[in-house]
Design a protein around this ligand. Structure first.
Ligand SMILES: [Zn+2]
Length: 220
């Protein structure tokens, strides 16, 4: 059984269950490399189609210290992102970079379960969609840790109501966060190479996220 990963659920699950789950038309591609915000391409749950109903369900999430307005801007960005990705083939990942004021400064269409975003020199966060609603991938985490100017990453599920987020707070301790991550990296890489044991992979990610909370990272 897949572990339930819905982080924010204030909607009727029945309508989601009824939603058609379609297979991505494209063939699986090679594994994600560094700089890609994709989950592993050859394993994982099937991507689901983005519906208008899903977009209406996008929740308001408010990281600590954010104003109501900032939270609303993020919610709008998530909705816009899903609208944007909805016009692409099922399973396509898209990403937006957002500056501190909440403006979208870059929009990019990726590929099946993967999108590669450029680094930019000003402070920004990344929002991207996860077509199978799963949590962060190794490459999401690496970019978050390695990109100094990236203060946050969210992944919004194609179901519209699953939101995963990680944010560097004032207490962010980059050295220890990186150290902690490196303690997981080999195990994650091994599972990616073997293309099996999805459950173990996401259990590791969940554990890592818990550890991150001790290093000034807010996990949503
Ligand atoms: Zn991702």
């Amino acid at each position: 059984m897949q572990k339930e990963r819905m982080k924010v659920t204030y909607t009727d699950d029945a309508s989601i269950a009824k939603a058609a789950v379609k297979k991505a038309a494209s063939t699986p591609q090679t594994l994600a490399n560094s700089g890609r915000y994709g989950i592993m391409n050859t394993i994982g749950k099937e991507p689901i189609a983005i519906t208008d109903e899903a977009i209406e369900k996008v929740p308001l999430v408010k990281p600590s210290g954010w104003s109501d307005e900032q939270a609303k801007n993020l919610q709008s960005a998530h909705k816009e992102l899903l609208q944007y990705a909805k016009t692409e083939p099922i399973g396509t990942e898209c990403g937006f970079l957002i500056d501190k004021s909440g403006s979208v400064v870059l929009r990019k269409t990726g590929e099946l379960l993967s999108v590669r975003m450029p680094d930019i020199s000003s402070e920004h966060m990344l929002v991207h969609n996860h077509p199978n609603n799963e949590t962060f991938s190794r490459s999401d985490i690496e970019s978050f840790l390695w990109r100094e100017n990236m203060y946050g990453v969210t992944a919004i599920g194609n179901d519209g109501f699953t939101v995963h987020g990680m944010f560097k707070t004032d207490r962010y301790d980059g050295m220890n966060a990186l150290d902690t991550y490196l303690g997981y990296r080999d195990r994650l890489l091994k599972i990616e190479e073997q293309k099996t044991d999805l459950e173990a992979y996401f259990n590791l990610i969940d554990k890592l996220m818990e550890d991150f909370k001790h290093h000034g990272i807010e996990v949503i």
